[in-house]
Design a protein around this ligand. Sequence first.
Ligand SMILES: [Zn+2]
Length: 389
Amino acid sequence: MIQLNKYLDNLRGVIKEVDVNTAFQKQLQGAILLDIREKDEVNSGSPTNAIRISKGMLEMNIVNEIPNSDTEIYLLCASGRRSLVSAFALQELGYQHIYSVKGGFGDWKNQGLPFEIPKTLKPEDLERYKRHLLIPEVGEKGQLKLLNSKALIVGAGGIGSPVAWYLAAAGVGTIGIIDDDIVDRTNLQRQILHTENSVGTYKVDSAKERLEALNPAIKIIPIKERLNADNIDSLLSDYDVVLDGTDNFTTRYLINDACVKLKIPNVHGSVFRFEGQVTTFYPASEQENAPCYRCVYPTPPPPELAPSCAEAGVLGVLPGMVGIMCATEAIKILAGFGTLMIGKILCFNALSWSFDIYDIDQKTDCPYCGCKDHEHYPSYSNYVASCSL
Ligand SMILES: [Zn+2]
């Protein structure tokens, strides 16, 4: 004979139950409130700031969402019965501080506790980003973060092109592209945003046309300007991540100095013939010892040691490889998953197929990322005036 009530009573012997007010107080103190109801139930309201994983996917997805088995977790369903069953499963999985919320969301609302209507993906987005939604590390939550995020790409050239293509395809909601250059036929060997028909037009206009054709729902902001000490703060300050795909040192130092000051992660890629480098400079990150560009390269090299692609040549696919890795890094930053390339630099050589990752450290006396006093942050204009590149 099937005896559901007896089964639930037995579970109550091994799982602690708390009322909704206790769960709310615990949530305020830092514990996790986990709403395990199905999507259609959650869509009409769920406790504010709850984590939401439906019961069907719970054991599979919680490991990524809450990796620490010591975390205090309060499970909530509609009435307190499903949460009891799931709490037992999570306890078996190894979580040590699991509670079931008696009365569930019904009681939560009756007690006047705060709830919100969660943001959800539109039907067309569920289709477009379906392959992302299948990955637990991204899922609907990560995709919503991407759609609500803003990335700025400096340079619509060899590195900026694949970055822009993949960020647009991934659904990064706002993509700004800064470039005041015109498409030249010599660009087409590597700058894959542009076509023969784009020759003679602004790179940012060509980029906007292609990217909107790929993903019409996102916003592309073309900026026909050259970054300088006067405009950089206002151009960068609105963005969640900056991708530096420039090929000149003046701009690289300027981007670094502004990103450090504005506390924006700076995903950095560079190429030279068959060699590429990728890293993220983000001293404001939670990671200890995270360097900025100047910690690694305190001053610009002399011009004769810093040839551009135009002077040195580059295998056309190389900036593509670097750009794709930069785009991967930006997507991880924006969606919030995985290990980032902060404090590390990837260096590869496509001629010999060597790939190496080196640690790079913050310099404790770096005048930029080491500056704790906002008032005395080094000015940009002094640097630009003294730089002859
Ligand atoms: Zn630094």
